[in-house]
Design a protein around this ligand. Sequence first.
Ligand SMILES: [Zn+2]
Length: 415
Amino acid sequence: MQFEVLAKCHTTRARVCRMKLAHGVTMLPTFMPVATQAAIKGLTPQQMEGLGVSLILNNTYHLNLRPGIKVLQEAGGAHKFQGWNHNLLTDSGGFQLVSLSKFTKITEEGALFASPFDGEPTMLTPEESMSIQHAIGADIIMQLDDVVSSLTVGPRVGEAMQRSVRWLDRCIAYHQNSGRQDKQNLFAIIQGGLDPDLRAQCLDEMVKRKDGVAGYAIGGLSGGEEKDVFWRIIKQCAEKLPEDRPRYSMGIGFAEDLLVCVALGVDMADCVFPTRTARFGVALTFKGPLNLRLGKHSREFIPIDDNCPCPTCSDGVSRALLHHTVTRETSAAHAVTLHNLTFQAQVMGRARDAIMNGTFPTYLREFFSNYFGDTGYPEWCVNALRSVGVDLLEHNTDAKVVEGDGAKWEYSDAS
Ligand SMILES: [Zn+2]
């Protein structure tokens, strides 16, 4: 990996970086769409390319089950298998294993779980996770970590953090012996739950191992914790992580979360949210999400967003047609998916431009004013951005501030 910081925001901790991997350059900050089963639901690789996406995520657990490593090896790796010539990231397989298996027991050796085929006990070790990810061949691979829900409290959180550090050592050793460091880049995952002391210990230990890792992820968040705790952990981690390594915040996809994380110093994020919500008929826009299922869209003969460059909006597909077909016709799900991924790419692309131009604080104020101006700014966003020198309420003293997550939805009053 070649990694270069091109520009830094003068106010916040946001930065623009150039990350060159074996399958090309990806400019950061970026949002990574999730192609769980080696396919973004409803889109072809050519369509993804057309949206300017250069880095996507595959799930190791799912690929390992189906089509399986033998088929991927025969195909010449996951890039060839899915016809994707750009960059690819795979997770360690641990997260799905814990979330999908009814029986998972964590031991020092690895995670013991019931095989989804025959219920037989099967072990995923850090070495096995590396070996599977080597066969898949992604440009960025993730360490196996001991994952606990962000709502877990007590000694289990510290135990999982410490085990994640030991498992990182085993992943580094296996990866270094594989001779694949030129093509595949290992990322460490910072754990420690919602406890700043445990996070600090994990950061200390994992930053010491910097020579063995190409980048860092912040894990164990986005599991239903309070947003005011979430942003403080992100800030703490992003501040301590080395300047010359990319920082990846796992499982983040709401536009407001992305922009707060970028302001706190995060470079990469992924989430199934924009593609999943598209299939449920929700289109993301700079004025907030539109629930196309609502009756009020049945006579709107205008695109989702007149200014959107996506194929759906530029072809003039109307909200009325989408209202009529969404959740019923797969073509409508594809159309909204195309739009939503374009929206995510624009949120991040405009952030990069603004950081380069020295206008990122203005971009943040404009974005939040357009997105939340009428419903109220989420208090946690106001607090988080104030902590890095941006006051969303500056020049806007009438603005409403609302408690809670503040995620803006058009779900209510369904008709
Ligand atoms: Zn569009």
